[in-house]
Write a protein that binds this ligand. Structure first.
Ligand SMILES: [Zn+2]
Length: 435
């Protein structure tokens, strides 16, 4: 009994240090029950644990540009153990989807060998590796996830940004960027006017009804006086990893992965595209891009998914990055303080690729943002709103249409809807209306 208890203490220690929040105790107890149910193998591992009295816990989190290997290296694990951990976890975890802020914990024995390794993909998805005689054994304790559907309606407020308006109707702040990304694929927001209407259907997953884990936009609608009426539907392929999982118009035109995002969080144009007197040379010249004034160190995002074709330095442009997109066009980011991606790297939309700086021929910290069309000619970046992509066809288009129909039906249920069951997860529908 004493032996089991010791292991229990050790496990609770790992788990508590991993989360450190009271509301997770219930789930942790469930995790413990599962662990304790594997009594025989645990007894063996626990006797190993007893031999070394000086256990230490090391923790780290994923930082920008890190892979698992870098995190493990920083945690001080030997090359051999890093290799074993990657091998033992790679079939159960999508390592390419590691995100900044995710936590890792390793319990080390007196010889600095890993006894237990823990990776928190999110509060509800925890991956554990236990060291046994035959190597690391993988375990994933199951937790409860609650799924909620919410409808948000509103109209653009006078003098408010799109993101500000989306926040004001109650869209959670971690979803605002996703929602505006979907809308920006279709709507030229420079032309949107106060009073233009929008309607959003969100699906969000919560751990124990309160801790937000993930969310997606099932539907986004915008109805503007000058920009017109637009709708975007989320398409779900039978294969959850399919690159077709994205937003489309009802006729199958792809939206979200191909819509251009903004390169900075705050846009302050200091020099527009076109003919101008150059601030340093004094000559009249065409300015092949847009200058955004921004403090040194501000994160710069890729405006669309693509491949880095250039990451380097020259005396005029300073640190510069170019990304080629799927339709052959390319986006250009100049005068960067630092570059976070190298040539050949694949980047996602909104991925941080560097920081605003004042390198090269520049009079102050700013981002020069340029765009070339598929033939390599400079174009005005503000005229480009999306990357052309193939449409959904055949079976996929038929599936999109039936999914869009189901989404439309759920939108017309304007009264509060009682909780429903969908598979194993509870579905709550709450409707929120403003204005
Ligand atoms: Zn410029």
């Amino acid at each position: 009994m004493k032996r089991i208890f010791l292991f229990y203490i050790v496990s609770v220690l790992i788990v508590l240090l991993g989360c450190g929040e009271d509301e997770k105790i219930k789930a942790l107890q469930e995790e413990q029950r599962q662990l304790l149910s594997q009594k025989d193998s645990l007894l063996k591992r626990q006797s190993e644990l007893e031999k070394s009295s000086d256990l230490t816990l090391v923790s780290d989190t994923v930082k920008a540009g890190n892979g698992l290997f870098q995190v493990l290296e920083r945690m001080g694990l030997s090359e051999e153990e890093r290799r074993l951990i990657v091998l033992s976890i790679q079939d159960s975890v999508e390592l390419s989807k590691m995100r900044v802020g995710q936590k890792f914990h390793a319990l080390l024995d007196g010889n600095k060998k890993v006894k237990v390794f823990r990776y928190e993909e999110n509060p509800a998805t925890i991956h554990l590796l236990f060291k046994t005689d035959s190597g690391f054994v993988y375990n994933r304790p199951e937790k409860t996830i609650v799924r909620k559907h919410s409808i948000f309606e509103g109209s653009l407020a006078e003098g408010s940004t799109l993101d500000g308006t989306l926040r004001s109707v109650g869209i959670p702040k971690h979803m605002v960027g996703v929602v505006s990304g979907v809308l920006q694929c279709k709507v030229a927001f420079q032309l949107a006017q106060p009073g233009d209407k929008f309607r959003i259907l969100l699906e969000e997953n919560f751990f124990e009804d309160s801790i937000w884990i993930s969310g997606k936009v099932l539907y986004a609608e915008f109805d503007g006086k000058t920009v017109g009426h637009h709708e975007a539907f989320r398409y779900e392929d039978p294969d959850p990893k399919s690159s077709f999982n994205a937003h489309y118009t009802e006729t199958g035109e792809a939206l979200v992965f191909d819509g251009l995002r903004y390169p900075l969080d705050r846009l302050h144009v200091t020099s527009a595209y076109g003919s101008r007197i150059h601030p340093i040379t004094g000559q009249r010249k065409v300015h092949h891009g847009i200058d955004y004034g921004s403090p040194t160190g501000t994160p710069v995002y890729a405006v669309a998914e693509g491949v880095v074709t250039l990451s380097g330095y020259d005396n005029l442009s300073g640190n510069k990055i170019s990304i080629r997109h799927r339709d052959g066009s390319s986006s250009w980011y100049l005068h960067l303080h630092t570059r976070a991606v190298s040539q050949g790297a694949h980047v996602n939309a909104r991925q941080v690729i560097g920081r605003v700086g004042n390198t090269g021929r520049s009079t102050g910290p700013h981002l020069h943002f340029g765009f070339k069309d598929e033939k390599g000619r400079w174009i005005n970046p503000s005229k480009k709103t999306m990357i052309a992509t193939p449409k959904l066809e055949g079976e996929r288009l038929a599936r999109l249409k039936s999914q869009a129909k189901a989404i439309r039906e759920s939108l017309t249920e304007t009264a509060a809807v009682a909780p429903q069951k969908a598979g194993d997860s509870e579905v709550l529908v709450r409707i929120r209306k403003l204005q």
